[in-house]
Design a protein around this ligand. Structure first.
Ligand SMILES: C[S@@+](CC[C@H](N)C(=O)[O-])C[C@H]1O[C@@H](n2cnc3c(N)ncnc32)[C@H](O)[C@@H]1O
Ligand SMILES: Nc1nc2[nH]cc(C(=O)O)c2c(=O)[nH]1
Ligand code: SF4
Ligand SMILES: [Mg+2]
Length: 211
């Protein structure tokens, strides 16, 4: 209910959105690693991951409400692939933004925890589930990749539980939590060798020192 009130009051049903930042870079993670992409980072998240690498995104009102026309104009001028991320982008109605991006001829991908119902139309959805707020069925059904973050040993069990819930076409990735990379990468390497349905995803943009 809280989410619906915020959405209706603030965003006129998704026609203006809290925009934290936008930048043209190389997708660093997951299936599309290495691909040039224009990132649209929307403000607002209440999932609360203690290791989140973009906590500045959480508070909605810190980020200027921006018309989707402005966002789409900037993105389509620079790139042919947009990645919508956050914050948690599915807090907002993404139908108007994704439609406008598609109408401008762009491919549209999303990074999401899946904690809210799916809105919008996407070419690719990366689902990264969180224990504190599990994904909705709509996102399990639509995800193209599952990217489970490994912070400790228990996270392998959680990753398998999530793999059992996601649709069976989704490509499965294990990604080390950045601050624990040194500790968990050896475990991930052994795990993937034992369980080859999984692949490794690294945050390559952090190694490359790009946004
Ligand atoms: C910042 S989140 C934003 C999108 C959405 N809220 C989500 O969590 O999927 C983007 C991606 O970064 C991952 N991520 C965030 N902090 C991380 C960290 N410290 N180490 C590794 N991956 C991290 C998330 O799991 C997610 O896949
Ligand atoms: N280069 C780059 N790739 C990314 N893939 C997912 C990101 C995100 O924060 O959602 C991200 C990001 O912040 N930068
Ligand atoms: S769901 Fe995403 S943005 Fe929200 S706290 Fe977790 S990693 Fe950060
Ligand atoms: Mg990031």
């Amino acid at each position: 209910m809280k989410k619906q009130i915020i959405e209706q009051d603030l965003t006129y049903n998704g026609t203006i959105l809290p925009l934290m930042e936008e930048f043209y870079t190389i997708q660093g993670e997951g299936f599309h690693t290495g691909t040039a992409a224009y990132f649209i980072r929307l403000g607002g998240c209440d999932v609360g991951c203690h290791w989140c690498d973009v906590k500045e995104s959480w508070e909605v009102l810190k980020h200027p409400l921006t018309s989707i026309d402005t966002i789409v104009g900037n993105a389509s001028e620079k790139a042919n692939l947009a990645v919508i991320t956050g914050g948690e982008p599915l807090m907002w109605n993404l139908e108007p933004l994704t439609k406008a991006l598609k109408d401008s001829g762009m491919f549209v991908n999303m990074e999401t925890s899946g904690a809210y119902e799916l809105t919008g139309s996407f070419d690719w959805i990366c689902l990264s589930p969180k224990k504190t707020m599990l994904p909705t069925q709509s996102v399990y059904d639509a995800a193209n990749e599952l990217k489970a973050i490994i912070y400790n040993k228990h996270d392998f069990i959680f990753a398998e539980e999530q793999a059992a819930k996601v649709n069976d076409k989704a490509i499965l990735f294990l990604q080390p939590e950045w601050s624990k990379s040194e500790e968990v990468l050896p475990l991930i390497i052994e795990y993937v060798k034992e369980n080859p349905k999984w692949r490794i995803s690294l945050q390559t943009h952090k190694y490359l020192d790009i946004p």
